[in-house]
Design a protein around this ligand. Structure first.
Ligand SMILES: N[C@@H](CCC(=O)N[C@@H](CS)C(=O)NCC(=O)O)C(=O)O
Length: 232
């Protein structure tokens, strides 16, 4: 890792930055959150050539601009040795991270944005679809793996990117009072939330004011203004 604190630019919310924050925290890497507060700030980043594809998140490290939610997450996971040990383990980590992300993105992660940009009906439909897919396609897989795990982690005997991505995904169910009951049928997944939350670096991060809440209407409105996204 570079000298000096890396700077992570994103909104004051979770989204694509949150797994990165979790990985940096678990790796014990001190970093600075830079929150996008205005459209001008976003335009300036683009004008400065810092955003390769004109999108955030951005991690500035040692004069380099790293972009892309997954690319930065992998960078942080390499720094923290969260990739898995063998080539097979690394591939399983990638598979599970993909599954965890697919579980929540976009249907469970974005209803607040969908409601703002389209309609409440569209947001409800996305949420329902996300819940059904979680229940039928994704959570049973993670439940079985955790049942078989002797370490409490998804792959091998220590934390990997799979755990980080899965924890972030689970929070979209666990922290939403309407969706939380979905986890009642998945006791190992529920226990995993507690186990992961106690890990060094993670425990402190989750208890800190840096931990942002799930999306709420004013937050979605702010993001749309900064990105100049308009509804129907
Ligand atoms: N594939 C990219 C997607 C990034 C992305 O869509 N970022 C949004 C904010 S969450 C953005 O910057 N949108 C601006 C735009 O697309 O013009 C990644 O994983 O980082």
């Amino acid at each position: 890792m570079a000298e000096g604190k890396p700077r992570l630019t994103y909104f004051a919310g979770r989204g694509l930055a949150e797994p990165i924050r979790l990985a940096l925290s678990a790796a014990g890497i001190q970093y600075e959150d830079v929150y996008l507060e205005s459209r001008d700030q976003f335009l300036q980043l683009k004008q400065d050539g810092k955003l390769m594809f004109k999108q955030v998140p951005l991690l500035e490290v040692d004069g380099q601009c790293l972009i892309g939610g997954e690319a930065i997450l992998r960078y942080a996971c390499r720094e923290g040795n969260f990739e898995g040990k063998t080539n097979e383990d690394k591939t399983r980590v990638d598979m599970l991270s993909m599954g965890a992300k697919d579980m929540v993105f976009p249907n469970l992660m974005s209803p607040t944005f969908i409601e703002l940009m389209t309609s409440k009906e569209a947001a409800d439909e996305a949420r329902e679809k996300g819940v059904k897919e979680s229940r039928e396609r994704y959570l049973p897989v993670f439940e079985k793996l955790l049942d078989e795990s002797t370490s409490g982690f998804l792959v091998g005997d220590s934390m990997t990117m799979a755990d980080i991505t899965f924890f972030d995904a689970l929070c979209y169910l666990h922290e939403d009072p309407k969706l939380k009951p979905e986890l009642e049928n998945f006791p190992r997944c529920s226990a995993f939330i507690d186990h992961f939350s106690q890990q060094p670096g993670i425990k402190e991060y989750l208890a800190s004011p840096r931990r942002n809440p799930l999306p709420y209407p004013e937050y979605a409105q702010h993001c749309c203004e900064v990105l100049n996204l308009t509804g129907n």
